[in-house]
Design a protein around this ligand. Structure first.
Ligand SMILES: [Zn+2]
Length: 263
């Protein structure tokens, strides 16, 4: 997503069927036996510098944590989401206790890429993060939310959990290799995120993962304003959510071991 016109994932029937089929392969279903209070993760993808500055400041002001899924190949570039994070931004996020997750080096569409290409995009990303002093990421987010069975086979070996973009709550039985998430993006972003917050708050054994991109006054269609993010985080605090990083939530959800494991 570094061009002025964003690349779109495969929206064809074939793409939809591939993502659907992928839901049944290389799964990591969770049990969540120890979870009694709904968990909430706020995540930022790619990531624009405004997320590392305005987004992080909002999370800090509420005393809560979050996760940044970095595509290191975008670092320092200009984009339709504004300037992207610098190495210093990423180091500052990590130093502040936020999680740095992997999003491939060049924002690779893993739904359409081969296994070797995905492996390389992950290795390249991790090597830049390593050079910044960031430990090996423990979680992953699929660029464009696009998934295939072979992409899942790759991330299954490397990560505790991997996030996709289909809406939903993580509940017992959910596959952590293709976890659902809800975007705070576009005109309707606040309303959609708030309705999922309300729903999750009524489900004690649940985990809601939110994501956005830029956090600034005039956001891209993939981002939100600081005011919207602040209202959503404040609502999460008010509703009593347990804020976790994506890795922290996965650790807790997996604490008693996976429910069962398929293919
Ligand atoms: Zn992305």
């Amino acid at each position: 997503m570094s061009e002025s016109k964003p690349y779109a994932a495969d929206r064809s029937l074939y793409g939809k069927l591939r993502r659907r089929f992928a839901r049944f392969s290389h799964t990591r279903p969770i049990g969540m036996p120890g979870i009694r209070r709904p968990m909430l993760t706020v995540s930022f993808d790619d990531a624009p510098a405004s997320s590392a500055r305005n987004g992080a400041a909002i999370l800090k002001s509420h005393g809560v944590t979050g996760t940044w899924f970095i595509s290191a190949g975008m670092m320092g570039q200009d984009s339709h989401m504004g300037p992207m994070t610098s190495g210093d931004d990423i180091r500052a996020l990590y130093a502040a206790g936020f999680e740095i997750g992997c999003h491939t080096y060049g924002h690779l569409d893993c739904g359409r890429a081969g296994k070797d290409e995905i492996d390389k995009a992950i290795e390249d990303n991790q090597s830049v993060l390593h050079s910044l002093g960031i430990p090996m990421p423990r979680t992953f987010a699929y660029p464009y939310g696009d998934v295939s069975a072979q992409a899942k086979a790759v991330v299954d070996k490397r990560y505790l959990a991997s996030r996709a973009l289909h809406h939903g709550l993580i509940v017992p039985g959910t596959d952590l290799n293709q976890a659902p998430a809800v975007g705070i993006e576009g005109e309707d972003g606040e309303r959609v995120a708030m309705s999922w917050l309300e729903r999750a708050a009524k489900t004690p054994q649940s985990w809601l993962v939110l994501y956005t991109h830029d956090v600034r006054k005039a956001p891209s269609p993939f981002g939100c304003t600081p005011e919207v993010l602040n209202r959503i985080v404040a609502k999460g605090v008010e509703l009593g959510f347990d804020f976790v990083t994506f890795a922290g939530g996965a650790e807790r959800a997996l604490m008693a071991g996976p429910a069962s494991r398929a293919a």
